[in-house]
Design a protein around this ligand. Structure first.
Ligand code: HEM
Length: 461
C-alpha cells in the first residue's frame, strides 16, 4: 500500500454471507455491515431474504443490463421506498414510474439541465460565501458539527434556487426542520422493510412523519399559491427560480402544465433529493481532506493558482479538475445513496439469468465502488484516479453514485457544480481539522453519513 494514501474507515465486513438473524442484527445497527467479502467479489447474486427474492447486480455489465437494458422491467422503486416517501412526495418523479414518471421527467429535466446552471451558480457561491463568514466568526477552539453545517448550506442553496426571495427565513426553517424530522422518522422504520416484508403488510409510518409531511406541504403550497396569484395579477417576476421555471414548463406531448399539487410534489422531490446527498458528501470531503495533507496541499495549490483568493464562478469549473476529482473520489468511497433498490414489475432477464416479477433488484454502489477487480487499492483515498488521464477506459457502470440509465440523477450537474463551488469557496480560507478523539464511522440508514456528525475545528489557512 502506498504510504501517503489515506485509508478511510469502513464498517467490519464479514468474510461469508451472514445467517438471517445476524443479518437482521447487524442491519439494524448499520446496513453497510450486512454485506460480506464474498458478495463484494461476486458479479451477481440471487437469494431469498425472509419472504423476498433479492437479486444483486455487482458488475458494470449486470448494472448496465439492469438499469439500461431492462429499464422498463425494473424502473420501479422498491415498495419500501415508495411507502416511506409517498406521504411527502405524492406522485413526485422520484418515486413514480411508468407514464407519470416519464411525463414528470420530461418536464423537470430541462429546468435543472446543465444549460441552466448559470442561473443557479451565483446563488451557490453566495450561500458558500455566507457560510465562510459564519465560519470566520466561529472560535477556532470550538468545533462545529460538520454534517449539520453542510446540511444548512445545501438546504439554503436548494431553498433559494427553488423558491427564491419569496421564501422567508421562517418558512425556510419550517421546511428544513420538517424534512430532517421526516427523514429521521422514516429512517427508523425502514430497515425491516428493506429486508423484505411483503408489500401487503400495512406500513407503519409514524403519525409524526405524516405530520411533518403535512407541515412541509403547507409551506410549499402557500408559496406556490402566492406565486400563482402574482402571475395571475400580471406581476412580472425577475428571479429565475426553479419554481418559476416549473410553472412555465409545458409537456411537449400533451401541451399541459403542472397542476398546483404536482408542482408542490416536484418541489419537494428536488428539495429531498438535492439536499442531504450533497451535504453528506461535502461533510465526507472535509473529513478526507483533513486526513490527507498531500491531497489538501494539491487542492490548495489549484485553488490559489486558479482563483488567487477571489470567489469562484461557473466559468472556473473546467480549471478546477482536482477539486472535482476529490469530490468524485469522495462519492466513490462514501456514496450518499449506497443502495439502489428496485422492484421487477414483470418477468425479465439480466444477462440470461431469470428475474421473476416481484423480485427486488439491488445495485449497491457501496460494494461496486470498492470491488477489487474494478479499482486499484479500492479502500484508499486517491483522487487522482478521477483525473481525465487516469479515468480513460473505465466503464461508466463501475461508478454509479448518481445511478445510471434513464433514471440517472437529474441533479448530477447541479450537485457536482454546487459541491465544487462550495469546496472552492471555503477551502481557500479554511482547513477544517477533525476534533481530537472524534471517532468516524460511516452508517447507512436511508443515506450514508458519518455517525456523530463529524465534529471539526475550522482552522484558518
Ligand atoms: C452529490 C449529490 C447527489 C447525489 C450523489 C445524488 C444521487 C442520486 C441517486 C443515486 C439517484 C437515484 C436514486 C435511486 O434510483 O433510487 C438520484 C435521483 C435523483 N436526484 Fe440526485 N443526487 C445528488 C444531487 C441531486 C441534486 C442537487 C438534485 C436536484 C437539484 C437531485 C435530484 C434528483 C432527482 C430529481 C432524482 C430522481 C430521478 C428519477 O427518478 O428520474 N439530486 N440522485
Amino acid at each position: 500500500m502506498p504510504l501517503d494514501h489515506f485509508k478511510p474507515p469502513t464498517p467490519p465486513r464479514p468474510a461469508q454471507p451472514l445467517g438471517k438473524l445476524e443479518l437482521l442484527r447487524r442491519g439494524r445497527r448499520n446496513l453497510l455491515e450486512m454485506f460480506s467479502e464474498k458478495l463484494l467479489n461476486q458479479d451477481y447474486n440471487d437469494s431469498k431474504v425472509l419472504f423476498q427474492r433479492v437479486i444483486i447486480c455487482n458488475s458494470p455489465e449486470t448494472v448496465q443490463a439492469a438499469l439500461v437494458g431492462q429499464h422498463a422491467a425494473v424502473e420501479r422503486k422498491s415498495p419500501q421506498m415508495r411507502h416511506a416517501l409517498e406521504p411527502l412526495l405524492g406522485d413526485g418523479l422520484f418515486i413514480s414510474d411508468g407514464p407519470v414518471w416519464a411525463q414528470r421527467r420530461r418536464m423537470v429535466a430541462p429546468v435543472v439541465h446543465v444549460n441552466r446552471l448559470h442561473l443557479f451558480a451565483p446563488v451557490m457561491v453566495q450561500a458558500a460565501g455566507e457560510a465562510a463568514a459564519r465560519w470566520a466568526a466561529q472560535p477556532a477552539n470550538k468545533p462545529v458539527a460538520m454534517l449539520e453545517d453542510m446540511a444548512r448550506l445545501t438546504a439554503e442553496i436548494i431553498c433559494r434556487t427553488v423558491f427564491g426571495r419569496a421564501l422567508g427565513a421562517a418558512q425556510a426553517q419550517e421546511i428544513v426542520e420538517g424534512f430532517s424530522d421526516y427523514q429521521r422518522r422514516i429512517g427508523q422504520t425502514d430497515l425491516l422493510s428493506l429486508l423484505g416484508l411483503p408489500d401487503w403488510l400495512p406500513r407503519l409510518l409514524s403519525p409524526g412523519a405524516k405530520r411533518s409531511a403535512r407541515r412541509i406541504q403547507a409551506v410549499m403550497e402557500a408559496i406556490i399559491q402566492a406565486h400563482r396569484r402574482a402571475r395571475a395579477a400580471g406581476e412580472v417576476e425577475d428571479e429565475p427560480t426553479i419554481l418559476r421555471l416549473l410553472m412555465e414548463a409545458e409537456d411537449p406531448d400533451t401541451e399541459t402544465n403542472f397542476t398546483a399539487e404536482a408542482l408542490r410534489n416536484e418541489a419537494a422531490v428536488l428539495f429531498m433529493a438535492g439536499h442531504e446527498t450533497t451535504a453528506n458528501s461535502l461533510a465526507w470531503t472535509w473529513y478526507l481532506l483533513s486526513q490527507s495533507p498531500r491531497v489538501a496541499a494539491k487542492l490548495h495549490e489549484e485553488l490559489d493558482r486558479v482563483l488567487g483568493g477571489r470567489a469562484p464562478t461557473l466559468a472556473d469549473m473546467p480549471a478546477l479538475p482536482y477539486a472535482r476529482a476529490i469530490f468524485e473520489e469522495t462519492l466513490r468511497l462514501y456514496p450518499p445513496v449506497p443502495i439502489l433498490p428496485r422492484e421487477a414489475t414483470e418477468d425479465c432477464e439480466i444477462l440470461g439469468r431469470p428475474v421473476p416479477k416481484g423480485a427486488m433488484v439491488l445495485i449497491i454502489p457501496w460494494l461496486l465502488h470498492r470491488k477489487p477487480s474494478l479499482w486499484d487499492d479500492p479502500d484508499l483515498f486517491i483522487p487522482e484516479r478521477f483525473l481525465a488521464e487516469n479515468a480513460a477506459g473505465r466503464s461508466k457502470y463501475a461508478y454509479v453514485p448518481f445511478s445510471a440509465g434513464p433514471r440517472v440523477c437529474l441533479g448530477l450537474a447541479f450537485g457536482m457544480t454546487e459541491a465544487v463551488l462550495c469546496l472552492a469557496t471555503l477551502a481557500q480560507k479554511f482547513a477544517p481539522r477533525l476534533a481530537d478523539g472524534a471517532e468516524v464511522r460511516p452508517v447507512c440508514r436511508l443515506t450514508l453519513r458519518p455517525e456523530g456528525g463529524l465534529p471539526m475545528h475550522l482552522d484558518r489557512r
